[in-house]
Design a protein around this ligand. Structure first.
Ligand SMILES: Nc1ncnc2c1ncn2[C@@H]1O[C@H](COP(=O)(O)OP(=O)(O)OP(=O)(O)O)[C@@H](O)[C@H]1O
Ligand SMILES: [Mg+2]
Length: 436
């Protein structure tokens, strides 16, 4: 490629002569990135396909300019641009050299490498640039390749990671141009907000899906891309039909307990294969498996896992029966919100709790070595029996795990209950999502 060709491409993605599209501001990630950038480490942005990584990266670039960084100190390279051929480190070096020669930044540049995993051996180049303090570097891409084991070893101690998720409910409201001043405002608009929550449950929270009309169509495209590109092609899967079947199974069983062993019969493949496929799903941020809480590691590993999906919309598009299972969607939404919490506090670990009598609590939140909170999600708490069961399980877990307080997230019910000096708090999901 000639320098002229390179500069032409770069102009399309950079702020030097024109504005670039960066969409609705996602402050949570932007603030986090700004802090990370000050740390003199390589910043790595990962997350599910279409969750908004590239847009957030551009928002950061624009924010730097707004805060006085000269436009020519910012270089954004989008390696998904098909005009770049032969993506290797010598092309990367050539692009960088061209940029330096033509734009002549006076101080250390900010380098944004989007979809960097497309470049063969990019890690070495990035590491050298970082070690020589040539540039502030931010890279982004889908998780699996970006943070492969080799890379992790190579960059140990030199990178900070941030995961991007589809929109939180708060962001979802913002994308729907609902602005809420405070909790009073939220309460005053309860009915409207609950309506939005149902949309959030049904079509989910991928930014593009939220903003566009043809939601189902987009979701199905995402699903097919994920399947074809991120799973089948990337991992060179031979038993494609089995993988598809397994993925569909998981997506139609979110918030349920599963064991690899029980799936063995159902699918007719070995547990090893099931485990391997399941790892592909978690590597691409499509699914998450939560283990049972136990002080004994062995027991923890042996127990069934709970499965959650990256987005309720995706699960619904592919076969989850939404209307019959609102409670399970609610639990999945709570799980995703807890994951976002983990972005703020990486010491958080999530488990579920279950005892010999099959009493169950949906979430045990542990921080370092301490249990911080127990959460039960119960959508229909109106029936006396259900309420007794849910409260009973939570109370039992609170006793066993020595907690003075527990939380039950509901659809509507709000209140407090004290049993033998232990406090149980009920809060509607829409409120919890906002307060959180
Ligand atoms: N903050 C935002 N405001 C408005 N639209 C957005 C925003 N973030 C994402 N989108 C929409 O979602 C689409 C996907 O976003 P983006 O390309 O940033 O995701 P990505 O995580 O980089 O995806 P990929 O893994 O495919 O590269 C965008 O093309 C845009 O339509
Ligand atoms: Mg991208």
């Amino acid at each position: 490629m000639t320098q002229q060709e390179i500069i032409e491409i770069l102009h399309d993605w950079n702020l030097w002569k024109k504005d670039i599209q960066a969409g609705v501001k996602r402050s949570f990630y932007l603030e986090k990135l700004k802090k990370m950038l000050q740390n003199e480490q390589i910043v790595v942005i990962t997350g599910a396909r279409r969750s908004g990584k590239s847009f957030i990266m551009r928002q950061l670039a624009k924010d730097l300019v707004k805060n006085g960084i000269e436009k020519n100190r910012i270089l954004i390279i989008n390696f998904e641009d098909p005009r770049f051929s032969q993506l290797n480190t010598s092309l990367l070096q050539k692009i960088y050299k061209t940029y330096l020669e033509v734009l002549r930044p006076q101080k250390r540049p900010y380098l944004f490498l989007d979809e960097v995993h497309e470049v063969e051996k990019w890690e070495k180049w990035v590491l050298t640039m970082h070690e020589l303090k040539k540039a502030h570097i931010t890279v982004s891409g889908s998780n699996a390749k970006l943070l492969s084991r080799e890379l992790a070893t190579l960059l140990t101690g030199r990178h900070l990671d941030m995961s991007v998720y589809p929109l939180s409910f708060r962001e979802f409201l913002q994308f729907n141009t609902i602005s809420l001043k405070d909790i009073l405002d939220l309460v005053a608009r309860e009915i409207e907000i609950k309506g939005f929550l149902m949309n959030y449950f049904e079509t989910g929270a991928f930014p593009e899906v939220v903003l566009r009309e043809n939601k189902k169509e987009i979701l199905l495209t995402y699903f097919n891309d994920l399947l074809e590109k991120d799973l089948l092609k990337r991992y060179r899967v031979r038993k494609a039909e089995k993988l598809k079947e397994l993925l569909r199974f998981y997506l139609s069983n979110i918030s349920s307990l599963i064991t690899f062993r029980s799936l063995e019969k159902f699918l007719g493949v070995s547990t090893d294969t099931i485990e391997k496929f399941s790892n592909y799903f978690t590597n691409t941020y499509l699914l998450f498996f939560v283990k049972r809480f136990s002080y004994k590691i062995k027991e923890q590993e042996k127990s069934p896992r709970k499965v959650y999906a990256i987005d309720p919309g995706l699960a619904n598009a592919v076969g989850f029966k939404f209307s019959q299972n609102i409670g399970r969607i609610a639990e999945n939404v709570v799980f995703l919100e807890l994951l976002r919490k983990k972005e703020k506090n990486p010491y958080i670990e999530l488990y579920y709790w279950k005892d010999q009598q099959h009493k169950e609590v949906d979430f045990v939140i542990k921080e370092k070595n301490e249990i911080k909170q127990l959460i039960q999600v119960c959508w229909n708490i109106a029936g006396i029996k259900t309420r007794q069961r849910e409260v009973g399980s939570l109370f039992k877990a609170m006793n066993e795990l020595k907690q003075g307080q527990g939380l039950i997230i509901t659809s509507d019910f709000e209140g407090k209950e004290t049993i033998k000096n232990k406090k149980i708090i009920f809060i509607p999901l829409w409120k919890w999502l906002f307060e959180n």
